[in-house]
Write a protein that binds this ligand. Structure first.
Ligand SMILES: C[S@@+](CC[C@H](N)C(=O)[O-])C[C@H]1O[C@@H](n2cnc3c(N)ncnc32)[C@H](O)[C@@H]1O
Length: 320
């Protein structure tokens, strides 16, 4: 005769497991262990493929691409319940493209820059970590200026301009960009940031060296910041750069300084006395660019700054 249980709900004395988890070492039957093992295996193989293709950071890129294919953050790769076959197919297609030296950020569609995640892809320069230093320098100086007026003269994706708008909420930020494709990316990022609550920036599609551009603010700006094209025309660059960053974003004439020479003059007109100028440059231009700024004659306190690898990276000055 069967007895009705007197209580409902989970059995307070469940059947004991026939096999206890081992104290040391992973339990191969555990889904988390199986996950970790399969993740490690696919990452090892992808990293090998990317190493053979000459990718500079193969393991990190493989992890970023797998996280992208799975729709999770990279940190979440450590835990999970088993990669879906469809996700693994997506991952393998991404690794193939990365091995063809398509930039990681074009594959994931985003680039992290300071506190922002910006949309990027074909037609716009991928923002680089070194530009965060120049941006941080400007932000540190603008924080205590009441309602500062700032221009980014080579906006690209909007990385510098949007970071300043995000971190210096009182700032009025103008971003000038010549390339219509880049302007479209900057607009998308600017709309996204404004939607997230940042103060909207003013985006201008124009040659920033043109005397008519922002002419109504001549002599009024507190800061001009820029990461202009500065690569010498005959310089050899990585495949990701040569094949995917727009040439207009890269090349600056025979010595790399043709565009920035015109922009220094424009900055001198835009800035008020005491206003600050910050310009990124190539590591080989740590003497040439400060010399150009000093030779203009309208700037004082010309200084060059190094990056975390101790390479000359950006020049700053104050409008007399
Ligand atoms: C090196 S990218 C920098 C983009 C962005 N500021 C960043 O740091 O990621 C230079 C940008 O300047 C733009 N550019 C080049 N010449 C310009 C000019 N005369 N006026 C305005 N923008 C220009 C390029 O199209 C490109 O988007």
């Amino acid at each position: 005769m069967s007895r009705e249980p007197r209580v409902t709900g989970p059995d307070p004395h469940p059947t004991l497991p026939t096999q206890w988890p081992r104290k040391s070492g992973p339990n191969p039957a555990d889904p988390a262990t199986r996950w970790a093992q399969s993740v490690r295996a696919v990452l090892d193989e992808a990293a090998r493929t990317l190493t053979e293709a000459g990718v500079a950071s193969p393991r990190v890129d493989a992890e970023e691409l797998l996280a992208h294919a799975l729709g999770v953050r990279r940190a979440a790769l450590a835990s999970g319940t088993g990669p879906e076959p469809a996700a693994l197919q997506r991952f393998s297609a991404l690794v193939e493209q990365r091995a063809e030296r398509v930039p990681l950020q074009h594959l994931t569609g985003v680039a992290g820059f300071r506190y922002l995640e910006l949309s990027v892809g074909p037609g716009v320069f991928v923002p680089r970590p070194e530009t965060e230093l120049l941006t941080g320098w400007a932000i540190d100086r603008l924080r205590d200026v009441p309602a500062p007026m700032v221009a980014d003269l080579c906006a690209g994706s909007g990385a510098i301009a949007l970071s300043i708008a995000h971190e210096v909420p009182a700032a009025d930020v103008y971003a000038v960009e010549l390339d219509p494709m880049a302007v479209a990316w900057a607009r998308r990022n600017a709309d996204q940031r404004a939607g997230a609550g940042d103060r909207p920036i003013t985006l201008v599609e124009a040659d920033a060296a043109d005397a008519h551009v922002l002419a109504e603010y001549d002599g009024m700006l507190d800061a001009v910041v820029m990461n202009p094209p500065y690569v010498p025309d005959d310089a050899v660059v990585d495949r990701e750069v040569a094949e995917h960053d727009p040439p207009l974003a890269l090349y600056g004439g025979p010595d790399g300084l043709s565009v920035v020479r015109r922009l220094i003059d424009r900055a001198a007109h835009l800035l008020q006395a005491g206003g600050i100028l910050g310009i990124e440059h190539a590591d080989l231009q740590g003497e040439a660019l400060p010399a150009e700024v000093a030779a203009d004659g309208r700037f004082a306190d010309v200084e060059d700054h190094r990056d975390l690898n101790d390479r000359p990276r950006f020049t700053t000055a104050t409008r007399r």
